[in-house]
Structure formats: C-alpha cells, structure tokens
Design a protein around this ligand. Sequence first.
Ligand SMILES: [Zn+2]
Length: 170
Amino acid sequence: MLRPVLQYPDPLLSKPCEPVGAIDDGIRALVADMLDTLSTVGGVGIAAPQIGVLKRVVIIDVSLEKEQEDAPQDFRVFINPVVTVLDPRPHEENEGCLSVPDLRAKVKRPRLVALDGIDLDGNPVHIEGGGYYGACMQHETDHLDGKLFLDHLSFLKRSLYDKKMRKGRK
Ligand SMILES: [Zn+2]
C-alpha cells in the first residue's frame, strides 16, 4: 500500500527507531508498504520512519553498485542495518531525500562503508561500496537514528532551508 512520505520538519523524522525483534506479519506489511511507496514516488532508498514507522528497517537500490544509470533498480531490504566504515577518508556526494523536498546538497561522509542487516527471511545481508552507493547506505541508516542529511550541512545552509520551508508552510 502506498503511504504518504513524511516531510521535514515532521517530528517523527527526528526520533530514534526501535530494533526489530521478530519478523512478523507487521514487519512484512511494513516492508511491502515501503516498497510500494518507493517504487511509486521514485528514489534509491527509503527508511521506515519516512512512512511514520519507528522501526529499524531500510530499503536500498543495490543496482547503484554498478554505477550505471540504465541498470534496472534492484531493491533490497535491510532489517536492523549497521554501517561499518571501511575507509574513513571524507568523500562528497550530492544528496537529496524524499522527506526533504526541493533540496539537494553536497554531504561529506566516509568514503567506503559496509552495510549489514537481515532480510525478511532472517538471513544475513551484506553489501559494501563507496561513491553514491556508500552515501545512500549511510543516508538511509541515519534516518533510523533520527538524522537527516540536513544535519550534515553547515548552519548557514540549514537555516536558509528552514526559513524557506517555514515560509512555504504559512
Ligand atoms: Zn532520506
């Protein structure tokens, strides 16, 4: 089912999420909704809090690994994902977010990371990479800690965006 994507400054987007215990029907329904929403609105990843559920679940388009724009999207589910930094040297990518409309900005993050989690069958899933792919893994997992890519921007850039959003809401 398509669910509305929460938009900044919705307070749910800045709350930490709970780990998933048992993979039950509730979690399976959550993942189905996340997939429906992501494929409808378009994007390379989504985190559960973006549809208002504070559980540690993300979906990532693993076709990004190929770094080919025409590669068909291949969404993979990560339950209780953990990012491990493999190369801490900073690397900058232009990021955007379904929950942060009308903004793309350069964000510096560790260059190479791994992402570990489990899938809906409880099997371990592991991916690693850098560039836009690595940034995506870190961006989506950040959501589970209540962090948006805005939190990585300078105070000035962020205040400008805040101002614009508040104006638009009036
Ligand atoms: Zn995001």
